[in-house]
Design a protein around this ligand. Sequence first.
Ligand code: GLA
Length: 390
Amino acid sequence: MSSYLLLATLLVAAVHCLDNGEGLMPPLGFNTWNHFYCNINEKVIRQAADAIINLGLKRAGYNYVNIDDCWMGKERNDKGELVPDATRFPHGIKALAEYVHSKGLKLGIYSSAGTKTCQGLPASLGHEVIDAKIWASWGVDYLKYDNCNHDSQSGPVRYAKMRDALNSTGRHIYYSICSWGEEEVWKWANKVGNSWRTTGDIEDKFNSMRTIYQRNAKLYSYAARGGWNDPDMLEVGNGGMPVAAYRTHFALWSMAKSPMLIGCDLTKVPRDSLEILLNKDIIALNQDKVGKQARCILNCADSDFSKDSTHPQFTVVELENSNYAVAVTNWNDNTAFKDMVVSFAALNLPLKSYKVRDLWLHKDMGPVSDTFTVPTVGVHDTAVYKLTKA
Ligand code: GLA
């Protein structure tokens, strides 16, 4: 290849890669949508930022404060720029970003790769460059880019336009693609965004959480540092599921290397939900540098990893230093599973002995050889163990 041709090839590759240095680990933070929907304003955002500090969530690793749909006014200004809704955000987004940054946190914003957002407000298709520029000038650190009201251009084309616009601002902006699993997004999005929604919207109900988890679980091979499958935001704390189901939601999202965006009202988060959200041992599984998504290994039942509710389901993920995490999920609606004996070999683990730690009870079970016993997993609950070399 001539050197000119080589240079041209490298330039094309550079332009068409994401390569924004973001998302080396899944993002942790808060997003307004699952609790507030369109009922947002600058006070809600400031209070969320304050709560992230005061409740110890920042210390646990959460650092994004993300505004979802409904922040923008109904019309662009004379220069064609998006403007914040003057009633909800009278001091503008820049001032809000400054407030959030002053707390050591980052600010996220939302738009759609269509002519309007899902709530019918102005969106960014055809305005990518001007919108990316204004967000960068406000100090925005994260963009969630939705899929409502698009034209006939394909997802890869529409989402790449915004990737290039964000890159050309020179600001580091995490790019979250929200195309609901359409056009098999997981097959092309790692060159475009830092994460991609693999499913429709989650609801604060056990069946919704389970269905979404199952769809996302089989896509484990597509997740890696810099680009993650996204089974949607957390419902923990919103009150629609028993605490056992919230433990399952949190543990499995963490091990799936999903973005972990809290979706409840942090000014009123119930104590048992806060305890889940603050579980640093479980958050550490999400932030582990190997960056692999967990995979169902035992009692997976069928190709979508899900339908077995008559046996405990074992999900395994490799961690740094050849350690592992094992989740034991009870999808059964009525029966607790008790005294389950499982061999390390059945979980495809390479060693015969491990030290086993229960990450909900924060309790070491000591060095264990060949098999270990899971004492009990209640209805819809998930036990989580970290296995380190004995
Ligand atoms: C879509 C997205 C949601 C949320 C709403 C906002 O439904 O999937 O996560 O952003 O739009 O209108």
